[in-house]
Each structure stands twice: as structure tokens, then as C-alpha cells.
Design a protein around this ligand. Structure first.
Ligand SMILES: C[S@@+](CC[C@H](N)C(=O)[O-])C[C@H]1O[C@@H](n2cnc3c(N)ncnc32)[C@H](O)[C@@H]1O
Length: 244
């Protein structure tokens, strides 16, 4: 995916850190409601451009991990005060635990049940007993909607980006994926506008599959009373690692 490799330096013009304040606030409120004991440290798997982290770091000491070196470099500029580590959320093993493990939209890039189960296992391995895991995929089978979205931002350096995001169902109705096509316009001072097409294949699982994989990883699902402001466009699974 070009968005997370050669186009990574444009990512904050596609989705700006300021767009993430409400999502980060939701995570903070969920953790405060569910956690037993102090919640000081947070591990994010698939932290991307560090947008959520730019808000979460006001509340937690954040360790940020991603598969993409380019995205980590971008996040490092925004969040020089956070620890950054390269790693695949399916296999990462840091040998330490955190009060909170969070996976935002990056978890949507896991397209098979085995991969999703492996990422949830990684979250379970890294959360301390009585700590909290928060998973917020872009869709479940129940809330998935096809459609288009548009947006983009102007940078302070003369660069601007506009995009059209086209979400559509997979051609295999019983498959575990859907597709998002991005048409992206990139404008730079004194240069012709460039057009890029980037196609992303994302995972789509019923809520029941998420519940089963979370429980298989030894986590306990928690029904939180905190209202998710994005409930129509984003699922949220909250779990606790039971104290032995
Ligand atoms: C939409 S971005 C995440 C943006 C992030 N929520 C933020 O606040 O900036 C998705 C990220 O998932 C990462 N990713 C995809 N598959 C991954 C995997 N298996 N392990 C770790 N990161 C992964 C990509 O490299 C990309 O940076």
C-alpha cells in the first residue's frame, strides 16, 4: 500500500492529527472506566502516523509500533517523546507488559481469522493482569457499509492533498474481506497535480468471531457504558486480562 510506504509523508494531509481527538478521548474514558489500578503505560499496535497517540500521550506513556518504517518515521516527527518500535502486530513480542494495549484501525488490515487471532494474542501477551485491551476496527460484518467519503488537508509547506475513498464489498459474499479504493490528488508548489490510485484490502468478520478470538486469547470481554461517538462507522471491543 503506497499510503504507508512512499506516500507516508503525505499521510497527515489525508488524515490530520486534529481529526483524532474524539477517538482518543473515547479510549481514555474506556480505560478509566474498566482498568483496575493505575493506567500509566499504553502499547499501540499499528500506530501509523501517530495521530491517536498525539492525544493519548497526554494521558499515557506510549510505546508505538508499526510494520512500516516510513509511518514510524512520520509518527516520530509528531511524537518525538514516545518510544517507536518496528514490528508486525501478529508476531511482535517485547517481553514486557503494559497497562493498556490499543489497536485502532490498523487491526482492519488483518484479512484472515488466523491473522486476526494472532494480533489479538499479541495484545493479550502484552497487557498486564487487570489491564485493558481496546480494539477499534473500521467495520464488522454487522456495521459494514459501502459508500464514498472525501476529504484532505492543506499543509503549511505548500503541499495539499484531496482524496475520494470508495468502500465496497468483496466480490465473494462469504469472504472475510472488503476493499477500499483511494483516488488521491497531490498538489505541490510549482508542480503539476499528481493522481494516485491506492487499493487496500481489509478484513471483515462478524462480531461473534471477534468475541471468540478475544476469549480464546484468555481475555475477558467487558461491556463498557462509555458511548462510542463513532458507533455507526467503527466497532469497539474492550477486554480485560483477568488477574490469575
Ligand atoms: C490507517 S494507519 C493507522 C493510523 C493510526 N490509527 C493513527 O492514529 O495514525 C494503518 C497502519 O497499520 C499498519 N499495519 C498494517 N498491518 C500491520 C501489521 N500486521 N502490523 C503492524 N502494523 C500494521 C500500517 O503500516 C499503517 O501504518
Amino acid at each position: 500500500m503506497r499510503l504507508y510506504s512512499d506516500l507516508a509523508p503525505w499521510f497527515h494531509l489525508l488524515t490530520h492529527p486534529s481529526d483524532y481527538a474524539d477517538e482518543a478521548e473515547f479510549v481514555r474514558r474506556v480505560v478509566d472506566e474498566v482498568v483496575s489500578g493505575e493506567a500509566r503505560t499504553l502499547l499501540e499496535l499499528g500506530s501509523g502516523g501517530g495521530n491517536n497517540a498525539s492525544h493519548l500521550k497526554e494521558r499515557f506513556k506510549c510505546t508505538l509500533t508499526d510494520l512500516s518504517f516510513e509511518m514510524l518515521a512520520l509518527s516520530q516527527e509528531l511524537n518525538p517523546d514516545c518510544e517507536h518500535l518496528e514490528g508486525d502486530m501478529r508476531t511482535l513480542r517485547l517481553g514486557r507488559t503494559f497497562d493498556v494495549v490499543f489497536i485502532h484501525d490498523a487491526v482492519s488490515y488483518l484479512t484472515s481469522e488466523d491473522d486476526l487471532g494472532a494480533a489479538i494474542e499479541t495484545a493479550a501477551v502484552h497487557v498486564r493482569p487487570d489491564g485493558v485491551v481496546v480494539l477499534t476496527p473500521d467495520a464488522t460484518r454487522e456495521i459494514f457499509k459501502s459508500g464514498i467519503d472525501t476529504g484532505g488537508h492543506d499543509g503549511e509547506d505548500g503541499r495539499s492533498l484531496r482524496y475520494l475513498e470508495w468502500t465496497h464489498a468483496s466480490e465473494e459474499p462469504d469472504g472475510t474481506t472488503y476493499v477500499v479504493d483511494y483516488a488521491i490528488l497531490l498538489r505541490e508548489r510549482n508542480r503539476p497535480v499528481r493522481v494516485v490510485h491506492d487499493q487496500h484490502t481489509l478484513g471483515l468478520f462478524p462480531g461473534a468471531t471477534w468475541h471468540r478470538l478475544i476469549e480464546n486469547a484468555g481475555l475477558e470481554l467487558v461491556d463498557t457504558g462509555v458511548e462510542n461517538p463513532f458507533a455507526l462507522e467503527q466497532a469497539a471491543f474492550v477486554a480485560r486480562r483477568p488477574a490469575k
